[in-house]
Design a protein around this ligand. Sequence first.
Ligand SMILES: Nc1ncnc2c1ncn2[C@@H]1O[C@H](COP(=O)(O)OP(=O)(O)OP(=O)(O)O)[C@@H](O)[C@H]1O
Length: 238
Amino acid sequence: MSEKERKFLEIVDLKKGFGSGETRQEVLRGMNFSIAKGEFCVLLGPSGSGKSTLLNIIGGIDSADSGYISINGDKLETLGESKLTQYRRKHLGYVFQMYNLIGNLNVKENIEVGAYLSDNPLDIDELLNTLGLYEHRFKLPNQLSGGQQQRVSIGRAIVKNPDILLCDEPTGALDYNTSKEILKLIEDVNIKYGNTVIMVTHNEAIKNMADHIIKLRDGEVLHNQINANKISATNLEW
Ligand SMILES: Nc1ncnc2c1ncn2[C@@H]1O[C@H](COP(=O)(O)OP(=O)(O)OP(=O)(O)O)[C@@H](O)[C@H]1O
């Protein structure tokens, strides 16, 4: 792996606060780490430690006060608004705890929404098979279970074959077995398409399936470790 690939995503001295005066809160206090291309990275940390804020800055939907993020050598802050929009559209997929599907579009159409944003989308029927959704492709979101809806939202994020898949508590609303199925799906996607995955979670067990584990505390990196003994999502227990 080249130096550029090892530092595919670089976070350098990143700082972010909210509010002003007495109510000012420093949420990210100078964060530094890098993530390699294709890595499955888990971001852990207690509530309020800054995980979602960091993910939103990586996702280009919020900006830092100082420091920078670079992706494949390009600094986000220097991109300008139109390039930033392109970056979000072409290079990022986002999966949230809530599925945010469009209620009057069927499964296939919801995924096509993601495909329109890309010059180079994945084959939708093949993706529907990978997602285990092919036979449900004409159903509306309200005819699906929570796990199936999350599969659709992963499909919508992944269909444009983004370089980076950002996941914010993707299993937060799901039961144990469904959570494991969704984690296995994200694992399969990471292996099959080679996207770099960054997943925010409260669930410590998920670190065991990651290549790279980053723990935050109070807006700082507490631990930054490579996991040489990762296990498959299928074998996770909590
Ligand atoms: N837009 C905002 N305006 C003001 N404060 C904010 C804003 N966004 C986040 N915060 C504050 O920043 C701190 C960190 O929030 P963040 O959501 O990044 O933490 P988190 O680690 O993701 O927490 P959780 O695990 O509960 O989602 C919190 O104290 C939160 O209240």
